[in-house]
Design a protein around this ligand. Sequence first.
Ligand code: FES
Ligand code: FES
Length: 157
Amino acid sequence: MITVNINQKTYHVDADPDTPLLWVLRDHIGLVGTKFGCGVAQCGACVVHLDGEAVRSCVTKLRRAEGKKVVTIEGLSPANNHPLQKAWLELDVSQCGYCQAGQIMSAAVLLKANKNPTDQDINDAMAGNICRCGTYLRIREAIHLAAQLQKKEGSGK
Ligand code: FES
Ligand code: FES
């Protein structure tokens, strides 16, 4: 039994410690917002936060999450109102949507560390997240918008 905190809830997971975290999230817990794309750390569809760091859950073993805090797209904000989620809606970023949870989770780590990223900062931080539909320009625009929204929220405006 491995104890993991996921989206602020404690779970005791009865699975092999070598099970990929993605399997646990989707098949054991039923959190299917995190997607399986390549399964070999190449596409970013499965990105979640592990103690605040962006990790690819398809290649992160359950044992690595033991006693740690995992956040998935379902837990990113209390009412799906993270500045990134607002910006994504505002700019209609998603196309098929498959890659988008991973994109947002990667962008959230960027925005936490860098409140005002440049195009280059965004390109660098998001380089590992592939979008087959080619929504890259809208993603970049939405991250800039989210940075502005975050600033406004931070200043109480
Ligand atoms: S499914 Fe994990 S990086 Fe592609
Ligand atoms: S929106 Fe379709 S893969 Fe990115």
